[in-house]
Design a protein around this ligand. Structure first.
Ligand code: GCU
Length: 612
């Protein structure tokens, strides 16, 4: 056994004051008060509750005269207060506002959420507010005091409320604004619905004064015979003994943290440790302890790497039988957020004989990776650097880096997550490639144990419409070559698919991150009629053998498991605000192409792909 004291998780990025971040790993294990349920809301399209008539933010004023965050109630019949949360309607949290009220389906603007709660903190504990996600920008106030703000609709944040929370009648006000911004991440145009609101859980959690804020427990990258543990303390007592215990493996190892509260230990991995894998998603209860705190988490141990043209899971070549997924429950037509939502869609993926999913195009809720860990499904996770964002805007880069940091911090102990993706369909160019290289570098610095990539694009040879070239300069820096192709839908008709010849610049494992075609579930015609199930099925029937011509092919995730809402899809009586490339309709009914892909996946699951 070798003991050393260095490292920690998390990039040191300069973040503005009051800017909220995920402070504590696995906060749900420290749940103190669930704040889900009905919240009073004020829909505020003119930001009347945020700015005064001179467009000065009320909360910037040390003695604010107005502002909905004050949650004022007239003291007497003469006092003028022109809003009232008590008399306002309610919305459910967690849930997007768009699917709760037809008037809000297309609403883009600010909504004020207010929740009253009582909470008596145990002496000596610290109290935090956790917000699972708020799309897109949010400001948080407690009892009229601004606690912090956050940008980014898909990553969690915590705010410490120790000393601010009172025993009774706390007024928690959160302003959420889902307006799109050119400099944003994502930017103004996306092919998904801009669901707004408190879309994931909100709760209070408590910790000791000095807590274990971050920890990593994994097989050591590059030497899987070793177990590596990284831990970080936060609080007054930074120098402590830190112990990791895995009772089922009779493992208990201790080290000490340094003056910055950081600890690292490397120990021999027990000989009887069972690796996590899709066929055997074994997880262990892992206890990380110090004198002042203890946290327990179920963690699976596996390795993922590339070797030549192969992707190796636990040292064995694997073919990623995948499908793409948006974070939506199509049956409800709203953002997915619960374990049940995850079980529904991941269950469908299992029926498709998948062992892999690409969670597009932004961090999905935590339940996805937790349920994938339990079911044995491998995941690609991505940040919404989508299409054409402002590559030369430093604030946009900072925003993207922070979202990547927060995603990796949140999910880096999930065995199911094997690939971090830094972008989707972005136009090659110097500024863009430098931007993405920074993100690739960040991902490797934050977590050297997983693959890093992006969904790149294909270009057609000027002299041959069937010659498809992948030579994106970013491909040099990614672990795999992953790209989207739409031959047969945006590029020609299904007849042209068998004619495709590939010219790939990089000899790396290839994962096709998107292909597909729209089909309205239940619409049947010949296989040349757009939007028919037959057309879509034909695209699948022709694309699979065409892709198998690529010697480096090691996986695919067609676009997409189920139909999803998109404001860009407006064809009446066909799309009606839905992208119809799902293999399952919004009614949960499978289309013909579902069984085409399912049988291909069953074949390679049973016969193996690489042994052909
Ligand atoms: C793109 C994109 C998706 C989009 C899909 C489509 O490739 O990455 O976000 O929904 O194609 O056009 O259906």
């Amino acid at each position: 056994m070798r003991l050393t004291l260095i490292l920690s998780v998390g990039l040191l990025l300069a973040v503005p004051a009051l800017s909220a971040r995920q402070a504590v790993l696995n906060p749900k294990a420290r749940l103190a008060l669930d704040l889900d349920g009905k919240w009073n809301v004020i829909v505020d399209p003119y930001d009347n509750g945020y700015y005064d008539y001179r467009l000065q933010p009320f909360d910037a004023n040390p003695n604010p005269s107005g502002g909905f965050f004050l949650d004022r109630v007239p003291a007497n019949k003469s006092e003028l207060v022109e809003y009232s949360f008590d008399r306002s309607p309610t919305l459910t949290v967690p849930k997007d506002w768009n699917s709760q009220d037809a008037k809000l389906l297309l609403y883009e603007g600010a909504v004020w959420y207010r929740r009253i709660f009582d909470y008596t903190a145990k002496a000596g504990t610290r109290v935090f507010l956790h917000v699972g996600a708020a799309n897109y920008e949010s400001q948080v106030y407690l009892n009229g005091k601004k606690l912090g703000e956050h940008t980014g609709g898909f990553t969690p944040y915590d705010l410490e409320v120790t000393g601010t929370v009172k025993a009774n009648g706390n007024s928690l006000v959160i302003r959420v604004d889902n307006r799109r911004h050119r400099e944003g991440v994502p930017t103004v145009n996306t092919d998904w619905w801009n669901y707004g609101g408190l879309t994931r859980e909100v709760y209070l959690f408590t910790t000791p004064q000095t807590l274990l804020s971050r920890y990593t427990v994994r097989l050591q990258p590059g030497d899987p015979a070793k177990l590596e543990v990284l831990a970080e303390l936060d609080g007054p007592q930074l120098r402590q003994e830190v112990t990791v215990e895995i009772p089922e493996l009779h493992l208990a190892e201790t080290t000490s943290s340094d003056e910055q509260g950081r600890a690292r230990l490397v120990a021999d991995a027990p000989a009887d440790l069972q690796r996590w894998a899709p066929e055997h998603p074994k997880r262990y209860d892992v206890h990380v302890k110090c004198a002042s705190d203890e946290i327990v988490e179920k963690i699976g141990f596996r390795t993922i790497e590339v070797k030549g043209r192969d992707i190796l899971l636990n040292g064995q070549p694997i073919f990623l039988r995948g499908i793409c997924l948006h974070e939506e429950n199509p049956m409800r037509g709203g953002r997915a957020y619960s374990r049940e939502d995850a079980q529904l869609v991941l269950g469908w993926a299992r029926e498709l004989n998948c062992n892999f999913l690409r969670l597009a195009h932004y961090p999905h809720n935590e339940n996805m990776a937790q349920v994938a860990d339990e079911l044995g499904l491998l995941l690609w996770e991505e940040i919404p650097v989508y299409w054409t964002i402002q590559w030369e805007n430093p604030a946009t880069l900072q925003n993207a880096r922070q979202q990547l940091n927060d995603l990796i911090v949140r999910d880096h102990n999930r065995a199911s997550v094997i690939i971090w993706s830094v972008a989707n369909e972005t136009p090659p160019g110097e500024a863009r490639t430098n931007f993405l290289r920074q993100l690739v570098t960040d991902a490797r610095a934050l977590d050297g144990s997983r693959l890093v990539s992006a969904a790149m694009e294909v270009r057609t040879a000027p002299d041959n419409p069937h010659r498809k070239i992948v030579d994106d300069p970013l491909g040099e820096f990614t672990d795999i070559l992953s790209f989207n192709e739409y031959v047969g839908w945006y590029d020609g008709t299904p007849e042209s698919i068998p004619l495709v010849e590939w010219a790939l610049k990089y000899d790396k494992p290839v994962v096709i991150t998107e292909f597909g075609a729209d089909a309205l579930q239940g619409f049947h015609a010949d296989n040349l009629t757009r939007f028919s199930e037959e057309y879509q099925a034909d695209v699948y029937r022709k694309t699979v053998p065409m892709l198998r011509q690529i010697p480096q092919l090691r996986g695919m995730s067609p676009w997409i498991l189920c139909d999803f809402r998109s404001p860009r899809r407006l064809l009446p009586n066909v799309q009606d605000g839905w992208n119809r490339k799902g293999l399952i309709g919004e009614n949960g009914v499978k289309k013909e192409a579902f069984s085409v892909l399912a049988s291909f996946y069953a074949e390679i699951r049973d016969q193996g792909y690489l042994k052909k």
